[in-house]
Design a protein around this ligand. Structure first.
Ligand SMILES: C[S@@+](CC[C@H](N)C(=O)[O-])C[C@H]1O[C@@H](n2cnc3c(N)ncnc32)[C@H](O)[C@@H]1O
Length: 279
């Protein structure tokens, strides 16, 4: 078992390396597990994360999803709005948000892995999206001005941060008064200590995932109101053929990508959280 040294720099370095490898064709996040498997693409993956056929229509061929939900579908984004996607990865949610905000609106993605940013820019170009830009940066110190955005979305990224309090404080800063946040992410319940301390499980979106109560507490602590869990799907308790972990694995979505720690049924859930910055 690889033991984790919990320095913030170590975690970020491992996460960056993981997603640098994951976005490269023919390698998935499972590479970090010492396995080799195809990159996570296709209807099976996006369907499992909650994307409809309508969402998937017109997307660039083979665009992967590393998410665990479909936050754009739940964000009541209007034409002309400015939307910020934290940890935008290959850009699938950027494309969906860009469709919603229309030509008068704008979508901003931030991601700390330059290879992901490069991939997302190519995908935006392929999708002929003109109203989105992607910035290299960390969500703990966002390259975004105070009050620049109407909406924040994020898909399976907060769990990867070694300082979630900072992320929520930054989210609060960059939102306009009255702005809203819709986050898809994983939460855990009584995760075994050996999984919690395993860096492979951190980059795979499990070890860094908070318990639900702590997640909500930190969002409230940053100043947000109307904090609510809009949807929740517990791994091992849904009828879906694909489990949350299979479909996410923070990325893989392949049958061969196993998380360390064995059966985590009932201990990991995908949630959709809403929060509002007071006007
Ligand atoms: C699990 S993937 C999710 C990507 C995308 N949201 C999706 O649904 O496909 C996590 C992404 O977040 C980025 N990331 C992780 N930690 C980050 C941080 N602290 N700041 C900015 N980006 C981060 C990674 O580089 C990676 O692209």
């Amino acid at each position: 078992m690889k033991r984790m040294k919990k320095s913030e720099d170590d975690i970020k370095k491992a996460v960056k390396e993981h997603y640098r490898r994951s976005v490269t064709p023919k390698t998935s996040c499972c590479g970090a597990h010492g396995e080799s498997s195809p990159a996570p693409t296709g209807d099976r993956i996006t369907e499992a994360a909650g994307y409809t056929a309508g969402d998937r229509a017109g997307l660039p061929d083979g665009i992967p999803s590393f998410g665990c939900g479909n936050p754009v579908a739940f964000a009541n984004v209007g034409e002309g709005d400015v939307v910020l996607d934290l940890g935008s990865g290959p850009g699938l949610d950027l494309i969906l948000a860009a469709r919603k905000v229309g030509p008068q609106g704008k979508v901003i993605g931030i991601d700390m892995t330059p290879e992901m940013v490069e991939a997302s820019r190519k995908n935006l170009e392929k999708a002929e999206v003109k109203n989105a830009e992607v910035r290299v940066g960390e969500m703990e110190d966002m390259p975004v001005a105070d009050g620049e955005v109407d909406w924040i979305i994020s898909n399976c990224v907060i769990n990867l941060s070694p300082d979630k309090g900072k992320v929520f404080a930054e989210a609060y800063r960059v939102l306009k008064p009255g702005g809203r946040m819709i986050i898809s992410d994983l939460v855990t319940k009584d995760l075994p200590a050996e999984v919690r301390s395993d860096m492979r499980a951190w980059v795979g979106c499990i070890a860094g995932a908070l318990e639900e109560e702590e997640f909500v507490r930190l969002v409230r602590q940053a100043g947000f109101k109307d904090v609510a869990i809009l949807a929740k799907s517990v791994f091992g308790e849904t009828s879906s053929e694909l489990s949350v972990i299979d479909s996410c694995c923070c990325g893989s979505g392949t049958d061969t990508c196993e998380q360390p720690g064995g059966d985590l049924s009932g201990k990991v859930a995908s949630i959709l959280l809403h929060a509002r910055k007071p006007a």
